[in-house]
Ligand binder design. Structure first.
Ligand SMILES: [Ca+2]
Length: 197
């Protein structure tokens, strides 16, 4: 919440600075160093206003404390959409991150770290070798080893964001199999449908 107000405050300051002049002479060069420009993220955020505000807050948190993590999102995600369940549709054009309500309602630190986790899936998808059908193997970007890589980067974000020990311990204890919801050793559509996040 604090981060979003800061963004709005900075925007309001810039707007207020222009409002007093008949012909606005505002240029980037003349902008006060205390009123940084607000640069919208290079991905679309699709959902109602509360969803978009919550995602913007998480993005702003990353901008402040894990800009490298935010760059992964910016480079590999085209749309962040309110959708059940959560997951990364890396194969869509543009790559689309789905976020369900339980993830949105989680702590802001957790949400910010999920943005990075899902973006790493998309980065893996983009970099994986293609099969004859033009698609990478699912394991290369969504399998157990891929999940471990995403969890590791998510943990790094959580450390940078000073997440509570409970969150750090939860992530550190993950073995990459959380997506196998029915615990049958196989990741497939049934697990996707059973997701509670
Ligand atoms: Ca399964």
């Amino acid at each position: 919440m604090r981060g979003d107000r800061s963004v709005r405050g900075a925007m309001a300051a810039v707007l207020a600075g222009c409002a007093g002049f008949g012909a606005c002479a505002h240029t980037p060069e003349r902008r006060s160093p205390h009123a940084p420009a607000y640069t919208p993220p290079p991905f679309a955020i699709r959902g109602d206003e509360s969803f978009r505000a919550r995602v913007r807050q998480a993005v702003f948190m990353l901008e402040l404390t894990d800009p490298e993590g935010l760059k992964i999102v910016a480079d590999h995600v085209g749309v962040i959409a309110n959708h059940t369940p959560s997951g990364m549709a890396a194969y869509e054009t543009p790559p689309t991150m789905h976020l369900a309500q339980p993830t949105i309602d989680h702590s802001l630190v957790w949400l910010a770290s999920v943005l990075v986790h899902e973006a790493v899936h998309s980065r893996l998808y983009a970099g994986a070798p293609r099969q004859p059908n033009g698609e990478p193997a699912y394991d290369a970007w969504g399998g157990f080893e891929a999940e471990r890589m995403c969890n590791a980067r998510q943990l790094e974000t959580c450390v940078r964001l000073a997440a509570p020990d409970s969150v750090l311990n939860h992530l550190a204890a993950q073995d990459g199999t959380h997506g196998d919801v029915n615990r049958d050793g196989v990741l497939d559509y049934r697990d996707y449908m059973l997701r509670s996040w």
